[in-house]
Design a protein around this ligand. Structure first.
Ligand SMILES: NC(=O)C1=CN([C@@H]2O[C@H](COP(=O)(O)OP(=O)(O)OC[C@H]3O[C@@H](n4cnc5c(N)ncnc54)[C@H](OP(=O)(O)O)[C@@H]3O)[C@@H](O)[C@H]2O)[C@@H](O)CC1
Ligand SMILES: [K+]
Length: 479
């Protein structure tokens, strides 16, 4: 599991820790870890050419002190001061004392650098890079040097993962004390490269519940249901899928495709697209409806491709098993009916649907995804999976459990029908007994991984191919 804390929380923990340490000790810990990571990347420090890009805050201070350590080990270290009169004084003195130098010509030194340390901004940065930094960052990127970001790639928003202008694309990021949300959420995450976490003693001063957590392969593997010798289809779970319409029969096929590969023992399809479903999946159980007459299920998925036939949503919400509501099912969703349910509900909107549920413009959700998913969960008393380049999953517990962020997203998933596959898959995991937050986050993870597997064969992928690749994704996380 990777966990992240917001800047506000990091600053509070830092203040607590700093009060117990001698002046500057924390920055020295950060710089020591940073220099060691750079030494590892360089292989040989003696004679290496290192360039420091130094901004006006403590992020630049970290770079300067780390540069001083590398200079003492024989590296040729040169600093580019982006705000010369505001550069960290102690760090600058340390660098000069260790034999490093300052240059006025960044392009000359960047041309043959082995390693560039990006200390322009860290958690104190806002907005994209300022104009004076842009050509320098581009020159660093255009060189053959390994580019290492200090704490965060400069130009990204630490708390939200937004990138509001130009930002540095790093090969690696050395972050201090804890991950920041921007290191886990796209698009910022893509700028960070390989992330290394350096402990500075902050851990003991951070709250026990982080703001965010991201599952990794091993976490997903632990969550996935494994059939035992005792299993029959009911023990493995039967998932009911209420989807599709005369106008959108394909949504039914895709939701069933996802459900069949989600670990439930059987998939029961209810709706008007039964012929299409059976033609593709003879193993599906089909029923014309209504859902209450279709037979026993352990969880329902309702919504994909329902078109106008959304009257059925209320009937499904009336059941006493977990229910996933997606797509058309989210229109006209009655908040009181959802809140009044005894069994868990999982809502899976994209940003536009989330905006409609919240009654705000779509841009408001896009620009504040974390706040939006939390607000939806609390307003509906449901677990909410907010789809997007980084899918977020929040439980309705007032922030007691961290929001899950999916580290496995991929732009390949921006294709028609991919949400239908996800809803079937997540519903199947609900039927197999996972709680709503686990089912949603494990499904998002497998779905993203499956898309990557499918895309690795080359070229654009279809949603059906994503569903087919779920098997190999499943095997991959368990390997
Ligand atoms: N917290 C911890 O536990 C520890 C923290 N440590 C380190 O401190 C870092 C935080 O330092 P920080 O607070 O000084 O802020 P920082 O990231 O250097 O940037 C702020 C400066 O940048 C400027 N600026 C703002 N936006 C900008 C932009 N777009 N483009 C260009 N400039 C921009 C802004 O200037 P202004 O807006 O006033 O012009 C301000 O002066 C943290 O990331 C970590 O590296 C470690 O040493 C030890 C443990
Ligand atoms: K940085």
């Amino acid at each position: 599991m990777r966990i992240a804390y917001s800047v506000e929380t990091v600053r509070a923990a830092e203040a607590e820790l700093m009060a117990r340490l001698p002046e500057g000790a924390l920055m020295q810990r950060a710089a020591a870890g940073l220099a060691a990571a750079c030494a590892g990347l360089l292989g040989r420090v003696y004679g290496a050419r290192v360039v420091l890009l130094v901004g006006s805050g403590d992020n630049g201070g970290d770079a300067l002190y780390a540069g001083a350590r590398l200079a003492r080990r024989g590296a040729g270290v040169c600093a580019v001061l982006l705000a010369p009169d505001r550069a960290h004084q102690g760090g600058l003195a340390a660098l000069l004392g260790a034999g490093g130098r300052v240059t006025d010509d960044p392009f000359e030194v960047l041309a043959d650098a082995d390693l560039v340390l990006d200390g322009v901004t860290g958690i104190g940065g806002h907005g994209g890079l300022r104009p004076d930094a842009v050509p320098v960052i581009r020159a660093a990127r255009g060189s053959n040097a390994v580019v290492v970001a200090v704490d965060l790639p400069s130009g990204v928003e630490a708390d939200t993962g937004e990138v509001r202008g130009e930002a540095l694309h790093a090969d690696a990021t050395v972050t201090f004390g804890t991950y920041k949300p921007g290191l886990l959420i796209d698009p910022a995450k893509e700028y960070a490269g390989m992330v290394r976490l350096v402990g500075i003693g902050l851990e003991d001063h951070l709250p026990s519940v982080p703001d965010l957590e991201a599952l990794q392969h091993a976490d997903v593997a632990r969550l996935l249901p494994v059939p035992t010798g005792e299993s029959d289809k009911y023990r493995r779970g039967v998932v009911g899928v209420v989807a599709g319409s005369a106008r959108y029969p394909g949504a039914a096929v895709l939701a069933v495709a996802g459900a069949l590969r989600g670990g439930a023992g059987a998939v029961r399809y209810v709706g008007p697209a039964a012929d299409g479903v059976i033609a593709r999946f003879p193993e599906a159980l089909v029923h014309g409806g209504p859902p209450a007459k279709a037979g026993r299920v352990q969880a329902w998925v309702v919504g994909p491709g329902l078109g106008d036939g959304i009257g059925v949503v209320a009937e499904v919400l009336d059941s006493d098993v977990p229910v996933l509501v997606d797509a058309d099912g989210l229109r006209l969703l009655d908040a009181a009916a959802v809140r009044g349910r005894g069994a868990p509900t999982l809502l899976t909107p994209h940003a536009g649907e989330a905006a409609a549920l919240l009654g705000v413009p779509r841009e408001e959700v896009e620009s504040a995804r974390l706040a939006s998913v939390r607000e939806l969960a609390s307003r509906y008393g449901a677990t909410v999976l907010l789809k997007g380049s980084t899918t977020l999953v929040a439980a309705p517990d007032g922030g007691r459990s961290p929001v899950r962020v999916n580290p496995m997203g991929t732009p390949w998933l921006a294709t028609a029908g991919s949400g239908d596959v996800l809803s079937g898959l997540a519903g199947s995991l609900l039927a197999a007994g996972l709680d709503a937050r686990d089912a949603g986050s494990a499904a998002a993870y497998l779905h993203g991984l499956a898309a990557r597997h499918a895309a690795s064969e080359g070229g654009p992928i279809t949603s059906y191919e994503v569903a087919e690749a779920l098997r190999s994704a499943w095997g991959d996380v368990q390997a």
